[in-house]
Design a protein around this ligand. Structure first.
Ligand code: NAD
Ligand code: DAU
Length: 351
């Protein structure tokens, strides 16, 4: 297969590119606009492979997308390009509407036109996987899990834009018979994670003995999945998933934010002892507006129908991740110096 991956210079997209080149025989065309969140260093390990190609382009640019489909003749699309950070969507939703909704619309139209023109057997085999999030389901109370049947109830501009793009995919499938699938995944973590997100931000701040901002009282729960397990799930869904279906992806690793921050502090205290316990650096700060209380995924469909299961548990995955940041300062140092220095994002102006 030749797979067109959008957003392949981002956190999860780069893991997908590396996985496809390192662990399979497939070819990859990475299409990425290279926003602040992108880093081509994240695909440096595979960039010289004959099976890998890169195109710098905006998914909302129809002409560019038509040219790329025509030039590369992909057999499938994995669509990950998006604005992904909730706090930035609170500060300004424009880019989220433009890339996540308009961009997905343009991708769907370009892919549909290309698909319509394929020979019968290639048309039959073509698939488009839209990579989405569990945040479209909104917030859970203390009990229960998100299933594929849970009604959409997004809270943030980011999750509303992802919900809109999911609905577009479903409509294209029902209306045009377009061969689409959707995956809804929980919080990913692992190497090459941009340091605006909780785990890399706290890891790097803790390493540098800076304060560790915990929103509210730290009791919000997320369900963590190691990024390579997500990449494996995505290929499985692309190849074996039932067209028109949704698949939830999650690691069964519910943790409060405070538990996560404690685990990072304790691991770093072991690996890089400091003059005081890093838990002392925790600072409880103003909560995120519209902060969802709890996410937790039921991934039974993916496990029973497609035979997926995560290989990494949270403890092993977190230690691997922290060790990766310790060993890869050349990857994150320029991002902290030029792209994002760790300041608080997503607060509403008062007064
Ligand atoms: P990321 O922010 O790390 O990377 C996004 C990538 O998309 C960047 O390389 C960026 O340059 C590219 N991009 C943005 N706008 C673009 C445009 N208009 N045209 C082309 N490229 C563009 O995001 P991520 O965390 O890797 O998330 C990838 C996808 O997975 C997103 O769709 C996100 O909604 C979804 N998702 C993320 C998580 C998570 O925990 N990070 C969980 C579930 C689902
Ligand atoms: O659930 C999937 C989603 O996970 C993806 O769709 C998003 O793209 C991805 O960014 C992630 O969203 P979250 O908002 O859950 O991730 P974030 O790392 O921003 O925050 C995780 C939790 O930690 C959340 O409850 C807010 C809290 N937090 C975050 C930061 C950055 C803090 O307490 N302090 C912080 O400094």
């Amino acid at each position: 297969m030749k797979v067109l991956v959008t957003g392949g210079a981002g956190f999860i997209g780069s893991a997908v590119c590396r996985y496809l080149i390192e662990e399979t025989e497939h070819k990859v065309v990475n299409v990425d606009k290279l926003t602040y969140a992108a880093n081509l260093e994240s695909v440096a390990l595979v960039a010289d492979d004959d099976r890998y190609a890169f195109e710098k382009a905006d998914i909302a640019d129809r002409e560019a997308m038509d040219t790329i489909f025509e030039r590369h003749q992909p057999d499938a699309v994995m669509h990950l390009a998006a604005e992904s950070h909730v706090d930035r969507s609170i500060t300004g939703a424009g880019e989220f509407i433009q890339t996540n909704i308009v961009g997905t619309f343009v991708m769907l139209e370009a892919a549909r036109a290309y698909w319509e023109g394929l020979s019968a057997d290639r048309k039959d085999a073509f698939r488009f996987l839209h990579v989405s999030t569990d945040e479209v389901y909104g917030s859970l109370g203390d009990e229960g899990l998100f299933t594929e049947e849970t009604a959409y109830d997004p809270s943030s501009p980011y999750s509303a834009s992802k919900a809109a793009s999911d609905h577009l995919l479903t409509a294209w499938q029902r209306t045009y018979g377009f061969p689409g699938l959707i995956s809804n995944c929980s919080n990913n973590y692992g190497p090459y994670h941009f340091p605006e997100k909780l785990i890399p931000l706290v890891t790097l701040n803790a390493l540098e003995m800076k304060t560790l901002p915990v929103y509210g009282d730290g009791s919000n729960v997320r369900d963590w999945l190691y990024v390579r397990d997500h990449a494996r799930a995505l290929l499985l869904i692309l190849q074996k998933g039932k067209l028109g279906e949704k698949y939830n992806v999650g690691g069964n690793n519910e943790r409060t934010n405070l538990q996560v921050v404690h685990a990072i502090c304790d691991t770093l205290d072991d690996l890089r002892p400091a003059d005081k316990p890093r838990r002392n650096l925790i600072e409880f700060v103003t909560d995120r507006p519209g902060h969802d209380a709890r996410y937790a995924i039921d991934s039974t469909r993916l496990q029973t129908e497609l035979g997926w299961k995560p290989e990494e548990n949270f403890e092993s995955g977190l230690e691997k991740t922290i060790r990766w940041y310790l060993d890869n300062e050349t990857w994150w140092r320029p991002l902290r110096e030029k792209n994002y220095a760790g300041e608080r994002l997503g607060l509403l102006k008062t007064g």
